[in-house]
Ligand binder design. Structure first.
Ligand SMILES: O=C(O)c1ccc[n+]([C@@H]2O[C@H](COP(=O)([O-])O)[C@@H](O)[C@H]2O)c1
Ligand SMILES: Cc1cc2nc[nH]c2cc1C
Length: 350
């Protein structure tokens, strides 16, 4: 019997460019050579489109780390076992991970969303229960989950984003934790972009040659098994996704619907963001890409999205680490836009 389900529809407005002339004029009239603030200028334009051209401000930027486990991990495609996902979530809650250090440094709130790690953890004020199961099914043998489960994941994300929006948050960071999730993300990238699986598969957490060969086999097998889902992003997510990837895709769609910016972290988060753009192309306007990670595939993926990442530090950490590191650059873009004098005000004549 197949479940009946209602897939949430996300109503996303394109970020109108009708104020662009004013925003560009403001940027160009600041006391600097034209274009001298480089990529901070295009970032300021995007943030002014998002938050208004008069005095755009970030409010309570909040990092959401979506966690989930993957059936394929039993195939030896990672350096670690699935148990490490839950152990790292515990570490997030105890304050000991890279994301804790970087969120602290960047003054960013942090919430962890359990979308389906193997074993649930005891309640904690930072931990949200969005569990869709105890790890996905292995994608090379069957679908990771049902489409009804994808729909539930989207509904959970929409509820969370609604609550954050009510509390005044206007920017989320997108991070993830899931041992084995680069296998799922690589398969999804290949299915969504049509790029060859070779271009989409990297060494994830740092696997050796033997595990890499196995990962290639698994992705090839998964793509072959689920080829009939290609063209339908929700079916592709059900076939190849992870619970945390579904949660992130839902969060992007819900945030864009609420006119919130989304600061995207690394490879896996970018794949989730790409899936969101396949479902609702207008979501692309709300995405800010924090960095190009060291994971093979991320550069091609960013290129596919015509994205210019802010940083390139060869990170391959996940957890939202690159997004937390990039947040100060968003503040810098707004600081120059809101605080710099114009040529006229400063009496500077070029
Ligand atoms: O963000 C990235 O680009 C990235 C690249 C490689 C690995 N990761 C992290 O490593 C884990 C996935 O690696 P793996 O080898 O277990 O598939 C997962 O928890 C991610 O957060 C993250
Ligand atoms: C230790 C460890 C920490 C991580 N953080 C994100 N992915 C990870 C993978 C491993 C293995």
């Amino acid at each position: 019997m197949t479940d009946t389900f209602v897939l949430p529809h996300f109503s996303i407005a394109r970020l109108a460019g009708d104020r662009d002339d004013d925003i560009r004029a403001r940027i160009d009239s600041r006391t600097k050579p034209p274009g001298a603030l480089g990529q901070l200028e295009s970032l300021a334009l995007q943030l002014a489109r998002l938050y208004g051209s008069e005095s755009p401000q970030l409010q309570q930027p909040t990092m959401l780390v979506f966690a989930g486990d993957h059936g394929v991990t039993n195939e030896g495609v990672s350096i670690a076992s699935s148990a490490v996902t839950g152990q790292m979530v515990r570490n997030f809650l105890d304050g000991g991970a890279s994301i804790n250090a970087f969120c602290g440094q960047s003054d960013m709130a942090l919430r962890i969303v359990d979308c389906g790690i193997l074993e649930p953890l005891p309640a904690h004020p930072m931990l949200l229960d969005h569990r869709l199961g105890a790890g996905t099914e292995p994608i090379h043998l069957t679908a990771a989950m049902s489409e009804a489960t994808v729909a539930r994941g989207f509904a959970n994300a929409r509820q969370l984003i609604g609550e954050l929006c009510k509390a005044g948050v206007n920017l989320i960071g997108l991070g993830e934790m899931g041992i084995g999730n680069t296998t799922s993300a690589s398969a999804l990238m290949a299915a969504l972009t049509g790029l060859s699986s070779d271009e989409c598969i990297g060494r994830g957490s740092g696997i050796d040659d033997k595990a890499f060969l196995r990962k290639q086999e698994i992705v090839t097998q998964a793509l072959k098994r689920h080829v009939e889902t290609f063209g339908n992003p929700v079916r592709m997510l059900a076939a190849l996704g992870g619970f945390e990837i579904v949660g992130m895709t839902g969060a992007v769609l819900a945030a864009a619907e609420r006119r919130m910016g989304v600061l995207v972290d690394g490879f896996i988060t970018t794949v989730a963001a790409l899936a969101a753009c396949h479902i609702e192309p207008a979501a692309r306007d709300y995405l800010i890409f924090a960095h190009c990670s060291g994971e093979k595939g991320h550069a091609a993926l960013l290129n596919h999205l015509s994205a210019e990442p802010l940083l390139s530090l060869n990170l391959r950490m996940g957890e939202g680490s690159g997004a937390a590191l990039a947040l100060p650059l968003l503040r810098s873009a707004l600081a120059f836009y809101n605080e710099m004098a114009s040529f006229e005000q400063a009496g500077v004549v070029v």
